[in-house]
Design a binder for this molecule. Structure first.
Ligand SMILES: NC(=O)c1ccc[n+]([C@@H]2O[C@H](COP(=O)([O-])OP(=O)(O)OC[C@H]3O[C@@H](n4cnc5c(N)ncnc54)[C@H](O)[C@@H]3O)[C@@H](O)[C@H]2O)c1
Length: 264
């Protein structure tokens, strides 16, 4: 599917060589955007850019390294002549070390905060001057339903995503008058390599049982929301977290058991 919803938009997406980020890059390029596909895996970023075409460019970045983020933003500005959209998409934590609070590896707490929250702060601070100078821009942060409520494991991941949700509001508040918008997307379970590699199949089935929709999301389900937030169609929206979770967080926690009791 191709259109022109993002004509003339210059976009950076971190973690765009795989999963949701790659789908967003593909959909945005299909809508006319020039996309910098930034990823730790340089070969995969180059391959994704070649595959997507439409002026997409692959570049290596490690969002844990400030100098590397600086080079990434510099590359976008040099290559495209400016920057209209920044997607702070990389995130996650190591589920073997990010457990409940008593068993949490504190090094993993620091790494999760750096990977999810500090990286978003650093990249946004570098992108903002370009957006402010242009009088417009859109920052899109990928968070998670894990940042909206407590869970049994991965407390560092949830806390880091919650920090990004609030940071999204602060950026929106502080730079709205300069024409810069900032929103977040909060996916529920989405079938990507990250989910497939870290979450057993029976747990994924259980998540679907707890969704209002009888679905697990696809990368494109989140990518289309990112297209909307990147486009001027969302010009009146800022500081918001758009939840795309099949209805997991919209319904009562006991709805799944009630459905089972009713044989639904
Ligand atoms: N997949 C899901 O179910 C799900 C649900 C909620 C939120 N999310 C969020 O989506 C984002 C990514 O998930 P995905 O499903 O697209 O993952 P993915 O594993 O498919 O892709 C992640 C990409 O990030 C890159 N990456 C990893 N560390 C990096 C670093 N330090 N610097 C630069 N790039 C790095 C990897 O090389 C990979 O290409 C994360 O923020 C995650 O928290 C995913």
């Amino acid at each position: 599917m191709t259109g022109n919803r993002l004509d003339h938009k210059r976009v950076v997406i971190t973690g765009a060589a795989s999963g949701i980020g790659r789908a967003a890059a593909q959909l945005m390029a299909g809508e006319g955007a020039r996309v910098l596909i930034a990823d730790l895996d340089a070969d995969a970023a180059a391959a994704a850019a070649a595959d997507i075409g439409g002026g997409a460019v692959g570049v290596a970045v490690d969002v844990l390294d400030e100098a590397s983020i600086t080079a990434m933003i510099g590359c976008a500005v040099d290559t495209f002549g400016g920057l209209d959209v920044l997607c702070n998409h990389v995130g996650g934590s190591d589920p073997r070390k990010d457990l409940d609070l008593l068993r949490l590896d504190l090094h993993e707490w620091d790494r999760a905060m750096a990977l999810n929250a500090r990286s978003t702060v650093v990249a946004s601070r570098l992108a903002l001057p370009h957006m402010i100078a242009a009088g417009s821009g859109s920052i899109i942060n990928t968070v998670s339903v894990a940042g909206l409520a407590g869970d049994t494991l991965q407390c560092a991941y949830g806390a880091a995503k919650a920090a990004v949700i609030r940071l999204t509001q602060y950026i929106a508040t502080q730079y709205g008058r300069k024409g810069v918008r900032c929103n977040a997307v909060a996916p529920g379970a989405v079938m990507t390599p990250a989910l497939r590699d870290n979450v057993p199949a029976d747990v994924i089935d259980d998540i679907r049982r707890h969704n209002a929709l009888d679905l697990i999301g696809t990368p494109e389900d989140i990518g289309w929301a990112m297209v909307y937030l990147a486009s001027d169609e969302s010009r009146y929206m800022t500081g918001q977290t758009l939840v795309l979770d099949g209805g997991l967080t919209a319904q009562s926690p006991i709805a799944a058991s009630r459905r089972a009791l009713l044989g639904d």
